[in-house]
Design a binder for this molecule. Structure first.
Ligand code: TYC
Length: 104
């Protein structure tokens, strides 16, 4: 006779529910010596929906420190936004660069 006739033993381990979120990716603005400040601000506002003040702060941080994290997104969104923002500079003849990297 089994220990509990007619019953099913509970599983010894709980099923591991996979709840890991996809890793977020940073969009990083890289400074250069040629792109006008106002142009950088305009791109930040257009592509990242920033206010004038926010965009100005991010631009100045990149200008002074070399780089600034703009925002974090899922990988696809980060890459699309970085490409679109970089292309906006390219289309206007500027070397403006946005890169992406995974968050730790
Ligand atoms: N350094 C540029 C200038 O002095 C402005 C600038 C800021 C360019 C940030 C790119 O990511 C950048 N005109």
């Amino acid at each position: 006779m089994p220990p509990n006739p007619g019953t099913v033993a509970p599983p010894k381990t709980r099923p591991r529910v996979k709840t890991e979120r996809p890793k977020l990716h940073k969009v990083i603005l890289v400074n250069d010596d040629f792109t006008p400040r106002e142009f950088v601000v305009m791109v930040l506002k257009a592509e990242f929906r920033m206010s004038e003040d926010e965009a100005h702060r991010v631009m100045i941080t990149a200008h002074q420190k070399g780089v600034c994290v703009v925002a974090v997104f899922t990988k696809d969104v980060a890459e699309t936004k970085a490409t679109r923002a970089t292309d906006a500079g390219k289309a206007a003849g500027y070397p403006l660069l946005f890169t992406t990297e995974p968050e730790e």
